[in-house]
Design a binder for this molecule. Structure first.
Ligand SMILES: Nc1ncnc2c1ncn2[C@@H]1O[C@H](COP(=O)(O)OP(=O)(O)OP(=O)(O)O)[C@@H](O)[C@H]1O
Length: 625
């Protein structure tokens, strides 16, 4: 609950306006009820005296009227005129009706203001929460993304956040309005008969107890059902993205079964939640009825004893009933608020996630940037840890005291069997992970002392799996550079040997390429991602060569595009093609995270070691690299 309230703090000004409007609306509403019931009860039945006696009991009406009469007599207004006016006000329905209309309008205005303002706060909280969540996620390290599936994160940002909005926009408003109603009627019933009311309020804890039990259960089941909804979304996303494989392996029924299983688990907890919510209202109603019935019994006793007359007691009961309705509505609103409170820890978990790749306290500029004259790995060791935990001693080293230096414009190739640590090494450079031991130094500065933004500006990444967005080709090439001129985009595409095929597409550079570039061929996708790297024009290229075989024509074009990209750029390449390896100035041969051989192609072949074995296997077409 504290967390829900904390969300409202930035909007406290407008929140208090909403609360004031809702409270005033509720007070006006109560006044309206009072007026209408008095009109029915007294004016219509011409029992003006009863109203007068109510007013007298509640506000000391007679005594005050006497004071007013005295005061008026003092300024020369005749008493009998006032008396007439007073009588008319009590028996004539017209002034009552005018007053009722005025009160109604006031009530309608405040209700509109309160409902709109609370709704607005809910929307603002939700928009802010989504923004915070996405910004936080964008800032978090890769360890975070290892911990959660994409679908789960999407579910949290969408459906969980919606529950919070519903709770604030609608239910919190209802809660405030009804609390105000309760307060007003509590005052009224106490003013009418304090003895009767004290008895009533001894019974109130009876109402509070089930509310608190139900609330706890709703929170629990809400958290569980939302968690399964997250798993369901995650799985659905995987199945949809991999739909070709699912169909190719004829696993439709299997996947549908898995989805059904998750759906059933969601249903189980959602139904429990629903059951508790559904049972809340009748239980509250039952308790309410018990209270009313005991009251009627007690009331008849009071009437018989002459303490209250029948009319007064009926009026009193009406007020108690007015009290019971808002309590019932509060119970219902409480259920929804508890649902939102139940999901808040799921959101908080993300917001409080400790970023394990921190920004330096005092970032240093990279000397000489954007020129990168040297990249040095100083005895770098690394092992993965789970979800931001401290370094895990039990984990094996993925990189073990790797040391090398690469100069400006040089190409360094990483070669080694699958799992030898090549990709991991490349991920350390832009600080997707931080080294466990040793240091990486660029132009003489430890990369941990440079701001992440300055550091990452130095690299262009071309990964094995090309990452493209469902947007136009222009925007995909100019990713992150919205103002770049069209000519530059075209020039980059030309260098990447992509211009021709782009021109042939129906809408040229404006063609939208589908999710993950699904409307393009593999080779075309790669050339777009190479054009993107060319346009970024970063001094260092980190290139993970694709292992998937393209047809000879595409292969040749992609290779030409890559040559253009590597031209005059310092390149760290995870090499799978012999042609790339031969061109490298230095080759590092990795084996279980250690650099076991290093040198150029000719020197390494002469060594007759692991490198030679790998190259022989590769030449035999066995994909050893
Ligand atoms: N995110 C991760 N969390 C935990 N362990 C990982 C993670 N990524 C890789 N590993 C492990 O680290 C080791 C090195 O993996 P890496 O991807 O660097 O190898 P690689 O040489 O690039 O392999 P490949 O050529 O097949 O891509 C592997 O044993 C792998 O299981």
């Amino acid at each position: 609950m504290k967390k829900l309230i904390a969300l409202l703090i930035p909007y406290r000004g407008i929140f208090f306006l909403a609360v004031a409007a809702l409270v005033l609306g509720a007070v006006a509403n109560s006044a309206l009820t009072g007026l209408v019931s008095s009109l029915m009860n007294n004016v219509m039945t011409e029992q003006a005296g009863t109203v007068e006696s109510q007013a007298d009991k509640m506000f000391g009406y007679r005594e005050r009227m006497e004071d007013i009469e005295q005061a008026l007599k003092g300024i020369g207004i005749p008493l009998d005129q006032l008396g007439k006016a007073k009588d008319e006000a009590l028996v004539n329905p017209i002034p009552w009706s005018i007053m009722a209309i005025l009160v109604f309008l006031t009530q309608a205005f405040f209700n509109y203001l309160g409902t709109y303002t609370m709704g607005r706060i809910g929307l603002m909280v939700v928009v802010g929460l989504r923004q915070d969540l996405t910004e936080k996620m964008m800032a978090l390290s890769m360890n975070f993304f290892k911990h959660y599936s994409t679908g789960d994160l999407i579910a949290r940002v969408n459906t969980d956040v919606l529950r919070v909005q519903q709770a604030i926009s609608v239910k919190a408003g209802e809660m405030i309005k009804e609390s105000a109603n309760v307060v007003v009627f509590v005052i009224v019933v106490f003013a009418l008969n304090w003895k009767l009311s004290t008895t009533l309020f001894v019974l109130v804890p009876l109402v509070g107890l089930p509310v608190s039990i139900f609330s706890r259960k709703i929170r629990k089941y809400s958290r569980q059902s939302q968690s399964y909804l997250g798993h369901l979304t995650a799985h659905l996303k995987e199945v949809l993205v991999g739909v070709q494989i699912v169909k190719g392996f004829r696993r439709e029924a299997f996947e549908a079964g898995k989805l059904r299983e998750l759906n059933q688990k969601f249903l189980k907890y959602a139904l429990r939640e629903l059951r508790i919510m559904a049972v809340t209202t009748p239980v509250m109603g039952l308790i309410g009825m018990a209270v009313v019935v005991s009251f009627v019994c007690y009331g008849s006793f009071i009437i018989q004893s002459g303490e209250m007359n029948q009319g007064d007691f009926l009026f009193y009961l009406l007020c108690v009933y007015q009290l019971y309705q808002p309590i019932k509505r509060m119970a219902r609103a409480n259920s929804d608020i508890q649902q939102a409170v139940g999901v808040l820890p799921r959101l908080d978990e993300i917001l409080q996630w400790n970023n394990d790749i921190p920004e330096p306290a005092r970032p240093r500029p990279v000397p000489n940037a954007p020129v990168v004259s040297s990249i040095r790995f100083e005895d770098v060791s690394f092992r993965y840890s789970d979800s931001g935990e401290e370094e895990n001693e039990d984990r094996a080293w993925v990189l073990d005291e790797v040391a090398f230096e690469v100069g400006r414009g040089r190409v360094i190739a990483l070669v080694g069997a699958s799992g030898s640590g090549k990709s991991t090494l490349a991920k350390l450079l832009p600080r997707f992970y931080d080294v466990s031991r040793g240091a990486i130094v660029i132009n003489g500065v430890d990369i941990r002392d440079v701001s992440k933004s300055d550091l990452r500006a130095l690299f262009a990444l071309v990964t094995q799996d090309t990452v493209l967005f469902d947007d136009s080709i222009h925007n995909n090439i100019a990713y992150g550079m919205p103002d770049v001129p069209r000519e530059d985009v075209i020039a980059a595409a030309r260098k990447a040997f992509a211009h021709e095929f782009i021109e042939r597409l129906p809408e040229g550079y404006e063609t939208v390429i589908g999710e993950s570039g699904s409307r393009l061929s593999g080779g075309q996708r790669q050339r777009i991602s190479i054009a993107r790297a060319i346009l970024k024009d970063a001094p260092v290229l980190i290139l993970d060569e694709a292992t998937s075989a393209l047809d000879t024509e595409s292969e040749r074009e992609v290779q030409q595009a890559l040559d253009a990209l590597m031209d005059e750029r310092t390149t760290l390449v995870i090499a799978h093609r012999l042609s790339t390896i031969r061109k490298a100035d230095q080759i590092l041969v990795l084996d279980e995270g250690r650099v076991v051989e290093r040198g150029n192609h000719a020197a390494l072949l002469a060594e007759n070691g692991l490198y030679r074995k790998l190259i022989q296997l590769q030449e035999e077409g066995r994909d050893a690299l």
